[in-house]
Design a protein around this ligand. Structure first.
Ligand code: HOZ
Length: 427
């Protein structure tokens, strides 16, 4: 494949944007390559500036569950543009999207729109601290909740990809109230709750971890979080920025039957436009200004274009059978990849929840960040490189997930399996 135009664009970008990118993982540094610059995308296909085409399993890191340029989303955006692009004032659209979210997710009775997942988690934590009057937050190793100061401890995603423990610029005192525990370790969690529960404002978790590859919760893990937070008067926050409307219409909480106090959303609810949201029961959300004293604000919050795209997306997801058919496609991919691994005599673990997959180059079952870190990163880099050459666009990191969309058909999934078979055979 020829990457001449992407290379030139990257050189230009490097002189005006730090690292040439606006979000670190996409720089492809950890796999020793340069990024491709995207020209356009359609359905499950993405096309770079050199005219190369790829089957896309990044899907903008999750939002493109319907595939790119879904007609109903494009139509909704075109239609709302006639009204304007931002008013910094309330519109009917934000009420409509809020109502749709509330109808889909029973633990949410009120929801506040923001512009990114980071904003949602950061605000949810402020709210939890405001309500409880406590400072300590508990998170889990390898979970990534955006880049707010207090959450950059043992984080997944780009922090894991670049192998850095945290970030300069985050004062020690800011993270001194953050405890990070091993994901899926019920005993470690019980111990902390028995020793310091009266200090803990909240426990924040990705109910299905999607930023260290894909790691589902073990039986009893989410149940223990719910039970002990309830007992200690701390707030349970589910970060469903990735899983919300992805693993089921009601998110991971509906799949596992656990009701958190606050849910953070993003990605899919904006139909591919920048968005975030956090919500919960009235008694929790009523603490937010201007109804209550906890402050959070944003000029572009509830932006009409993002709201219109989000409404159009959720309307499609409500169609009967949508999630079954999506999961079938992902299962076909998972089974095919598993076969390809065996055929090539390699060791890899594959995790799947709904339409999200984790593909790990390790012989261990991956249940937490320690397991994910046992992966052969050199082998992953070689695999990434080979797959990209064959027109398969996966995340350039062992610590990110694969997303299957409704636009992926058997033909593309089988082509992906064939490419994997060939590449794995060469490794
Ligand atoms: N935090 C995102 C992956 N979990 C990466 C976002 C991006 O690079 O666009």
């Amino acid at each position: 494949m020829n990457y001449e135009k992407s290379h030139k664009l990257f050189e230009r970008a490097l002189s005006v944007i730090p690292g040439g990118v606006n979000s670190p993982v996409r720089a492809c540094k950890s796999v020793g390559m340069e990024p491709v610059f995207i020209d356009h995308a359609d359905g499950c296909m993405i096309f770079d500036s050199d005219g190369n085409s790829y089957i896309d399993y990044i899907g903008s890191w999750g939002p493109m569950i319907l595939g790119h340029r879904h007609p109903s989303i494009i139509e909704a955006i075109e239609s709302v543009l006639k009204r304007g692009t931002s008013f910094g004032a309330p519109t009917d659209l934000e009420i409509e999207l809020a109502e749709m979210i509330i109808n889909a997710v029973p633990s949410i009775e009120m929801v506040r729109m923001v512009n990114s997942g980071t904003e949602a988690t950061m605000s949810a934590i402020r709210l939890a601290r405001g309500i409880t009057g406590r400072d300590t937050i508990v998170k889990f190793d390898g979970c990534y909740h955006g880049h707010a100061d207090t959450l950059l401890v043992e984080a997944g995603s780009g922090v894991a990809t670049l192998g850095i423990p945290g970030s300069p610029g985050v004062p020690e005192s800011f993270v001194s109230h953050t405890l990070s525990l091993p994901y899926n370790d019920i005993d470690a969690f019980k111990k902390v709750m028995s020793e310091q529960s009266e200090k803990i404002a909240c426990v924040i978790v990705e109910p299905v971890a999607g930023n260290m590859g894909l790691v589902p919760p073990v039986d009893g893990f989410l149940e223990a979080l719910r039970e002990l937070t309830e007992k200690s008067g701390s707030i349970l926050i589910f970060d469903e920025v990735i899983t919300g409307f992805r693993v089921a219409f009601g998110g991971a909480q509906s799949l596992y039957g656990i009701s958190p106090d606050i849910t953070c959303l993003g990605k899919i609810i904006g139909g591919g436009l920048p968005v975030g949201a956090y919500g919960g029961k009235n008694e929790i959300m009523s603490h937010m200004a201007p109804q209550g004293p906890v402050y959070q604000a944003g000029t572009l919050s509830g932006n009409p274009v993002a709201m219109a795209a989000g409404i159009a997306a959720l309307l499609q997801l409500k169609e009967p059978g949508f999630y079954d058919s999506l999961e079938e496609k992902a299962s076909r991919l998972a089974a095919g990849l598993e076969k390809a691994v065996k055929k090539a005599g390699k060791k890899a673990a594959i995790n799947q929840v709904g339409s999200i997959l984790g593909f790990f180059f390790t012989d261990k079952e991956v249940k937490n960040y320690e397991d994910a870190k046992t992966c052969d990163l050199e082998m992953f880099s070689a695999y990434y490189k080979g797959m990209r050459q064959k027109g398969i666009y996966i995340a350039p990191s062992q610590f990110e997930a694969l997303f299957v969309s409704a636009a992926h058909e058997t033909e593309q999934i089988d082509a992906t399996i064939k490419a994997a078979e060939e590449i794995l055979g060469e490794l």
